[in-house]
Design a protein around this ligand. Structure first.
Ligand code: ATP
Length: 291
């Protein structure tokens, strides 16, 4: 399901003395099946854009087309339920939204609320808990007895139980330790690869953009200032720095190595690309290389 923004602007508290621009004249398509990262400094409009992806916010002007539904300022709040099912939102610190007595009930809550029969909702809870990498034994536990990382997985399972075709993630690894971050990013990559979910990720982690995204949107002051592949976006370090954005750590390291005489046909964005480019340049004696 494509999601297209056509000249979308959004003003917070429009018509009041507190009015503020959230988005300004955004036109872009998030393509079905893509893994799109949205980057930009604090207050650049990333969260405002995300909330237009399932009509939590409606444009002040312009049109958002989500699949075959057109959303404008005139769109009524009725009949938006199908959109909320199709586009699943994982908000920052999603575990704060857990509230049921057991993990099973928490995951089944969304589907039941959308009219899925209890037995099917419970079966979905079992399926999703496994999909997010938790043991089935957690189903009968209180979500509040789990670790922070496990609680976040339960919250994500609850979103997946709605069987969305688009998964929207707002800084989903914030507050996790490095191993937890990596596991969670690999979970989303698996969902993208195996369940063919379209993924939209807001992140401040340039390494994650380089490792996982196939498309990048750069926001600044409510405007979309650049779009492209990670390679295109990271091709201009001067522009990135001027826009308070960085490079993946691997690319920074490659630039440091370049200053010491190493040669790269193009700067590597990922550790595996860096290793592949470095290997032939290392002074290893014949027979020592472990290939
Ligand atoms: N509820 C609100 N009322 C008024 N202005 C708001 C509201 N929410 C956001 N804004 C303003 O809209 C602009 C875009 O904010 P938004 O939260 O979308 O940015 P962001 O890129 O997601 O920031 P962050 O990285 O800090 O989450 C900012 O100027 C912000 O102050």
């Amino acid at each position: 399901m494509d999601i297209t923004f056509d000249h979308v602007s959004y003003t917070y508290q429009a018509g009041t003395p507190f009015a503020g621009e959230g988005l300004q004249d955004i036109s872009v398509t998030i393509h079905d099946g893509s893994y799109t990262a949205i980057i930009g400094h604090t207050g650049s409009g990333k969260s405002t854009l995300l909330q237009h992806l399932n009509a939590l916010l409606k444009p002040t002007s312009g049109t958002v087309t989500i699949g075959d539904r057109q959303i404008t300022s005139e769109t009524s709040n009725k009949n938006l339920k199908p959109l909320r099912q199709q586009v699943g939102m994982v908000f920052q610190f999603a575990e704060n939204q857990l509230f049921e007595q057991t993990v099973a009930r928490d995951i089944a809550f969304g589907p039941k609320n959308f009219g899925v029969p209890e037995a099917k909702a419970n079966a979905l809870a079992e399926q999703m808990v496994t999909l997010v990498g938790l043991p089935a034994s957690v189903l009968s536990q209180s979500p509040f007895d789990l670790s922070g990382g496990q609680m976040r997985r339960v919250a994500i399972a609850g979103v997946l139980a709605m069987q969305p075709s688009v998964l929207v993630l707002d800084e989903p690894t914030a507050g996790l330790d490095p191993a937890g971050r990596r596991d969670m990013m690999q979970l989303f990559a698996k969902l993208h690869r195996e369940q063919h979910l379209t993924v939209v990720l807001v992140t401040h982690q340039m390494d994650d953009v380089a490792d996982y995204a196939d498309h990048v949107l750069v926001m600044d002051h409510g405007r979309l200032v650049k779009t492209g592949t990670p390679r295109e976006i990271f091709a201009d370090p001067v522009w990135l720095t001027a826009n308070q954005l960085g490079l993946p750590k691997t690319t920074q390291m490659a630039m440091a190595l370049q200053r010491r005489g190493f040669k790269f046909a193009e700067l590597p964005l990922t550790t595996s690309a860096l290793a592949a480019a470095l290997l032939p340049q290392l002074p290893v004696k014949a027979g020592e290389r472990d290939e």
